[in-house]
Design a protein around this ligand. Structure first.
Ligand code: SAM
Length: 479
């Protein structure tokens, strides 16, 4: 299951091949959503041209960077604990510099330098191209900060180096920032306003990935369906574009089509979709192209109309059901997943029951479920009291998780007896005798290796399942 926040990746360090002439050592640790891991690849690419090789050994590092997440309080607490560890290492290695990147850097800005005395550098998500200058500053013993959010930056011209890659699947960033202003969410404040990347640079990256042997890409953004390229600039300024810019603009459905046609043998996925921005032409495009996978991550956050409104989600429960019905009509075997928040301010038992009944209607394949965490500066923090006791938030979360597990199992059982195309990604976690791959719906499939290899598309007969995994036997190469 593809996780927005992949627990097994949290805090992982990134390693690059050594480059001749590089003498300094960079240790880079990443937390949070896939966008952050993707950004760390951009940072590594920029710094490898500045004389840095990567290391996984903190004690060897000349520069330690931590790419941070602010989405929930727990994510920030984890990073603060890591900074204590870096501090201990720095005591025996005084020349070592520490930099904080990403959402926490943006949220706390120079306050970070005061609060966390060991931090030398604070860099927001739009300022990575300034890293060479900022590192020159800290090399001379001064603290350095750049947290300016940009109207244009998409890093479209930086070829990311692929870190910790399986050589088969890769993420391609297509938008940055978010304009949705959900009242619980810190993202618009930490990642700025929404802007889209030039489709030509996206196609170039996708073609290069294919040439390097990658077989599947995920187009990535906080809100991919809102993608709109009209020559650069913020999405909110589209109204002021010229007639020519408007006439030649590329929306998400068109981008999907361009990518699917550019590499017809490559699997295409995308994440995340916000229900209010997903349109019928996206669903139709998915239905029209075999290489676009039948999987949509469609966060809903709550099943109650009152709470959806308080969250500033721009749709009702009924409109969401219509979207689900449309998806199921055009793509009957499409997997759908969600994000859900329990215990948003003022949430009653009745609202919670609405969430459970919405889940019963959709019967999601997968779910990412969270207890509400108040984030400073958001509209909810400013206007609403965080009034649901922690124990109630947790109990509702547990009920949501249990129902989701039941639905996940219901969904995996639907695959039994079918023969499905699976792209092999690597060894199964539990056995080196078995491959692990995914079907079009993004469900993990495990089967005996035989003579197949990583990167092969294989037809697998599904014989058994758990709530998260399909088990089967390969019956030959997929066409
Ligand atoms: N852009 C997507 C959307 O809004 O539909 C997802 C963005 S966010 C990076 C990933 C998920 O974290 C959200 O969908 C939400 O479920 C969860 N999340 C965001 N803010 C939260 C908060 N304050 N407390 C708990 N969960 C939160």
């Amino acid at each position: 299951m593809e996780k927005e926040i992949n627990e097994s990746l949290q805090g992982s360090t990134l390693v690059l091949d050594k480059k001749d002439g590089n003498s300094r050592k960079l240790y880079i640790e990443s937390y949070g959503c896939q966008m952050n891991f993707s950004d760390s690849e951009i940072v590594a690419s920029i710094l490898s041209k500045e004389g840095f090789d990567t290391t996984t050994n903190l004690e060897d590092a000349d520069l330690v960077l931590v790419n941070t997440c602010s989405i929930r309080e727990k994510a920030e607490t984890t990073v603060r604990k890591r900074l204590e560890k870096f501090n201990a290492v720095k005591k025996g290695r005084p020349h070592m510099k520490v930099g904080v990147l990403g959402c926490m850097a943006e949220r706390l800005k120079s306050k970070f330098l005061e609060e966390e005395k060991i931090v030398d550098m604070v860099v927001g998500p739009d300022a990575y191209k300034d890293l060479p200058n900022l590192i020159a500053e800290i090399d001379e013993g001064r603290n350095a900060v750049n947290v300016i959010l940009s109207k244009e930056e998409t890093y479209g011209d930086v070829a990311p180096v692929r870190l910790n890659t399986n050589g088969v699947t890769a993420f391609v960033s297509i938008t940055r920032g978010c304009d949705n202003m959900c009242t619980f969410c810190v993202v618009p404040f930490t990642r700025g306003r929404e802007r889209s990347r030039d489709p030509q640079s996206i196609l170039k990256e996708v073609n290069e990935l294919w040439d390097q042997g990658f077989k599947e890409i995920t187009l990535l953004g906080q809100n991919v369906d809102s993608y709109l390229w009209y020559g650069g600039g913020l999405k909110k300024d589209f109204d002021r574009a010229t007639e020519m810019q408007k006439a030649t603009a590329v929306n998400f459905a068109r981008l999907l089509q361009l990518v699917a046609e550019a590499q017809p043998r490559m699997r295409i996925r995308f994440s995340t979709s916000n229900p209010q921005d997903m349109t019928m032409d996206v669903i139709e495009t998915m239905a029209n192209y075999k290489n676009i996978c039948n999987y949509i991550h469609l966060p809903v956050q709550s099943g109650s109309n009152r709470i959806l409104k308080a969250m500033n989600r721009q749709h009702t429960r009924e409109e969401y059901f219509t979207m689900i019905d449309n998806i199921r009509e055009l793509i009957p075997d499409c997997a759908i997943s969600m994000d859900m928040i329990t215990g948003f301010p003022t949430e009653t038992e009745e609202d919670h029951q609405d969430t459970l009944s919405l889940m019963e209607y959709v019967k999601y394949d997968f779910g990412f479920m969270f207890a509400y965490s108040e984030r400073p500066g958001t509209m909810a923090a400013r206007k609403l009291e965080d009034d649901i006791p922690e124990a109630v938030k947790k109990r509702r979360l547990q009920e949501v998780i249990e129902l989701q597990q039941k639905h996940s199992h219901y969904r995996t059982r639907q695959h039994l007896g079918k023969t499905e195309e699976v792209l092999i990604e690597g060894d199964s976690r539990k056995s080196s005798e078995h491959w692990m791959g995914r079907n079009s719906q993004n469900t993990v499939v495990v089967f005996p290796k035989e003579s197949y290899k990583v990167g092969d598309f294989v037809n697998v007969k599904i014989e058994d399942c758990t709530s998260a995994t399909l088990l089967g036997t390969a019956v030959g190469y997929a066409s």
